[in-house]
Design a protein. Structure first.
Length: 127
């Protein structure tokens, strides 16, 4: 089935340890007998690197960052495309979405004040 596959979609790729990518790369190269990355198969990675990095049990920040696919030579072989428009946000949510992107790109300053809509109106956790 993998030999017939033309496209592999890998969602939440930023959360994946780089060793998983290397294992799939080697597997596909072995199966296809092709030394191109991922055996010449098209791999579509999805995800946001501003969100969750791979989880390393009892790992330091250094180990966590080093386990990211962006810190490996394999990353240089990817062709990167970036989404520029949030197609899912409602018109009323556009400002909030832009604000979140500014935080992710470190454009909002060092202190972040959440908008009032981020706080629940009922503060009692039982309710």
């Amino acid at each position: 089935m993998l030999l017939k596959t033309k496209l592999i979609v890998w969602d939440e790729a930023p959360m994946t340890h780089v060793h998983a990518f290397l294992a799939v790369d080697r597997l596909l190269q072995d199966l296809t007998k092709c030394k191109e990355p991922f055996g010449g198969k098209v791999i579509l990675l999805g995800g946001d690197f501003r969100q969750v990095l791979p989880v390393i049990l009892r790992g330091s920040r250094t180990l966590t960052v080093a386990s990211s696919s962006k810190k490996h030579a394999l990353w240089l072989k990817f062709h990167k495309l970036y989404l520029t428009k949030n197609m899912r946000a409602l018109e009323s949510e556009r400002d909030f979405g832009a604000w979140l992107l500014d935080i992710g790109e470190k454009k909002s300053g060092s202190t972040i004040q959440l908008p009032l809509q981020c706080y629940p109106s009922i503060q009692d956790p039982v309710h």
